[in-house]
Write a protein that binds this ligand. Structure first.
Ligand code: C2E
Ligand code: MG
Ligand code: MG
Length: 703
């Protein structure tokens, strides 16, 4: 209540005359008040529900609800407030009764109205008394709450309390504090050294300076984490909180606080941190940590000129081992390789696993390519000693690329890329060797490497597309019998790329496997649509890369996809190119024989270029595709005529149908028809087209 704000007073008085007298008395006393007058107890209760009055003057004698009943209702139903009873002379005993029940004061009306002079004084006094009572109540409540909170905190947090008298240099350690580090109550004294001497040597300095900073008032709340030695000799992580008690000059003379054991939390945190920066299989640093370290080393080397080298290592033929011996053996091999690599480096160097079978090493103080090469050689020798895993001796080699800080890199990513490119080149040069990055020599490789990197994104970014080249019957009136699915890449910088430009990269990197899955899925979906749109007999030729035979799921992939799109296997022609080695072809045909059993047609592509001629009869085949070079270059008089007709006769003799590719002229078509070729494909009829264009393509052609 300030001087400007008037007292809000509720006057409950049935006599208007008496009310006026009270009002005048208050006015005369210049007592600042705002009065609300009601004549009945019930109305007073209504008013009290919505307004907070500073004081209530309550007449004892009221019509209806009596003064005493009104008072009780105020206390029970509404918030208690300072009530001053007004009684008639001779009724003082009632007033006393009301005081017992909690009324703050009373006034006794007298005949001469003398009591009116007392009204402002009694109101003032009552208000003050009431405020004091409220303050006392509030304090008691606050105390109760804080005591409760403290008891709860001490119990709940399982904290060890301590109380340090900074003047007498004595610390009270609660029994719990001692128990936390394995001691009985009587085993630890009151000297601060009992605490400080148990702090881990690495942490003591920081703890001391945090304490000092708090005592000096530099930090308002003391909170610090450190390790404390347990009786068992092990260290426990503690979080300590405390507050200094200061004298009038701000000088800290006492400090009170608590200590919590956070060891479990710390261990979990450390584990999380470790997992984020380490490879789960080999426990080596992962790419993230390696790149962090590399960045740091770079900025150090800019200042100190201390040279270092980066070594990028990829195991040769790891996938084969994984496929042949299983993933578990593959994992064991990676772990064993990791351990061996660790033995090849110095303690200040770092070896990390970047992913798959790729490792990187950071070699400190390597100041010449010769020194880098020496280390690379040592690593290669170490790797080439057989690994004994799962009762097998495993022989493996590694391709290594090296980059040196002397190239003055701006950033870590570029340096890693160059080491990767050098490794890529080592692979191309025949594996099991190392190459040093040389900016000039590697320009071509950089492009190849970049294409492979881009190809990784092409699938996800939807930059690949399939076009379809019609295949016609070679009858007098050729008609559409099928299509061959051919892939295209819309490269964001280089424009449209033909498969010849990127399939070798896809094969080299293994990306051909996911790409081929995508082609199969898309093309089967398209074929299903065509079957439903009036081309029920259309066949689909799909090219298969030799690398797909490394995909364990290949055998089930085709039947599953065909079934998914409701396509009879006979309508799918699997094309494998003849330009593979006999060995690779033999491996492929072992798988293809099973698929052929299921009804798929198998066709040998680009026939005439490769080496399969001698074993043609043994392969499980349905179709032979004569390579387009024999057809495109055909003229009535050249030798190709004899080769082509010979190939057709030979194929027919062993029950194979023949497709001639690269038919570009009417003459070539006429020749093939005469030779009894079965199908033809070539620009004479159509180049590869978009799926929509098939609807405008004539299903049969006049000769
Ligand atoms: P391929 O399987 O022998 O495909 C025939 C190639 O000859 C296609 O080239 C086609 O456009 C071209 N061609 C067709 N008719 C004529 C003609 O009359 N004259 C001339 N000059 N060329 C003609 P494309 O599409 O560039 O494909 C090249 C090779 O890339 C294919 O040879 C195939 O081995 C490979 N390829 C294409 N798509 C895929 C795929 O999805 N997966 C795999 N693994 N390889 C693919
Ligand atoms: Mg083909
Ligand atoms: Mg071909």
């Amino acid at each position: 209540m300030t001087e400007q704000t008037p007292f809000e007073i509720l006057i409950v008085e049935d006599s208007q005359y008496d009310y006026r007298l009270i009002k005048r008395a208050l006015k005369q006393s210049e007592f600042q008040s705002s009065l609300t007058w009601v004549q009945r107890g019930e109305t007073a209760l209504e008013q009290l529900k919505s307004i907070n009055f500073d004081v209530v003057l309550l007449d004892f004698k009221l019509p209806g609800m009596s003064g005493m009943e009104t008072f009780k209702a105020i206390n029970e139903q509404i918030q208690p407030c300072p009530v001053i009873f007004i009684t008639g002379a001779g009724n003082e005993s009632v007033a006393v009764e009301a005081l017992k029940l909690g009324a703050i004061d009373y006034l006794v009306k007298d005949q001469h109205g003398d009591y009116l002079q007392l009204v402002p004084l009694v109101i003032n006094k009552a208000y003050r008394q009431w405020q004091e009572k409220l303050d006392r109540l509030r304090m008691a409540e606050a105390l109760r709450l804080s005591e409760e909170r403290y008891a709860l905190a001490a119990r709940g947090a399982n904290d060890g309390l301590w109380d340090w008298n900074l003047e007498s240099e004595q610390v009270y350690f609660a029994p719990r504090w001692k128990q936390m580090i394995g001691y009985q109550d009587d085993e630890i004294g009151t000297n601060p050294s009992e605490w400080l001497e148990r702090v881990h040597p690495y942490d003591i300095e920081a703890l001391n300076s945090a304490l000092r900073a708090h005592w000096d008032g530099l930090i308002t709340h003391f909170e610090h984490e450190y390790r404390l030695r347990h009786k068992d000799g092990e260290y426990r992580w503690m979080r300590c909180r405390g507050l200094a008690v200061r004298n009038q000059n701000g000088h800290a003379y006492r400090m009170v606080g608590s200590q919590t054991d956070i060891t479990e939390q710390k261990v979990a945190q450390t584990k999380l941190m470790h997992n984020a920066y380490h490879d789960a299989l080999t426990n080596l640093p992962n790419r993230r940590l390696f790149m962090d370290q590399l960045r740091r080393a770079m900025s150090r080397s800019w200042q100190s000129q201390r040279p270092f080298a980066l070594l990028y290592l990829d195991l040769d033929g790891f996938k084969k081992i994984n496929d042949n011996l299983g993933h578990l053996a593959g994992d064991q091999l990676l772990i064993a390789v990791a351990r061996r690599l660790e033995t090849c480096i110095r303690p200040t160097d770092i070896v990390a696993r970047l992913g798959g079978d790729e490792f990187a090493m950071f070699l400190n103080n390597v100041n010449s390519p010769a020194m880098g090469e020496m280390i690379a050689k040592r690593i290669q020798e170490s790797i080439s000693t057989p690994f004994y895993i799962d009762n097998h001796d495993i022989f493996i080699t590694a391709s290594i690329g090296l980059a040196f800080s002397s190239t003055k890199y701006d950033n870590a990513v570029d340096m890693l890329r160059d080491a990767d490119i050098a490794m890529y080149r080592a692979k191309h040069a025949g594996k099991a060797r190392h190459t040093i990055f040389d900016p000039e020599l590697h320009l071509d490789t950089l492009q190849d490497w970049q294409i492979t990197q881009d190809l990784r994104h092409a699938l996800a970014d939807n930059h690949l597309q399939i076009v379809y080249q019609p295949i016609m019957s070679c009858s007098p009136h050729p008609h559409l019998t099928g299509v061959e699915a051919l892939i295209r890449w819309h490269h964001p910088q280089h424009g449209l790329l033909s498969p010849q430009e990127f399939i070798p990269h896809a094969e080299e990197s293994g990306l051909i496997v996911p790409i081929s899955r995508w082609v199969l899925e898309q093309a089967c979906q398209q074929l299903q649509q065509w079957h439903q749109q009036g081309y029920p007999d259309l066949t689909l030729a799909i090219n298969i890369s030799y690398r797909q035979f490394e995909d364990e799921d290949l055998k089930t992939l085709f039947p599953h996809t065909a079934a998914k799109y409701n396509i009879p296997p006979q309508k799918i022609h699997l094309e494998i190119t003849e330009s593979l080695s006999v060995r690779e072809l033999t491996d492929a045909f072992i798988v293809l024989a099973d698929l052929r059993q299921l009804g798929f047609c198998v066709s040998i592509d680009d026939f005439g270029l490769g080496s399969a001629f001698s074993c043609l009869a043994q392969f499980p085949l349905d179709l032979l595709k004569i390579d387009q070079s024999f057809i495109r270059n055909w003229t009535p008089n050249n030798k190709n005529s004899a080769i082509v007709s010979g190939l057709i006769q030979l194929a027919h003799a062993i029950n194979l149908k023949v497709i001639a590719e690269g038919v570009e002229t009417k003459e070539q078509l006429a020749f093939l028809q005469k030779q009894g070729c079965d199908y033809i494909q070539g620009y004479y009829f159509s180049p590869p087209i978009n799926p929509q264009q098939l609807h405008t393509f004539p299903q049969s052609m006049p000769q």
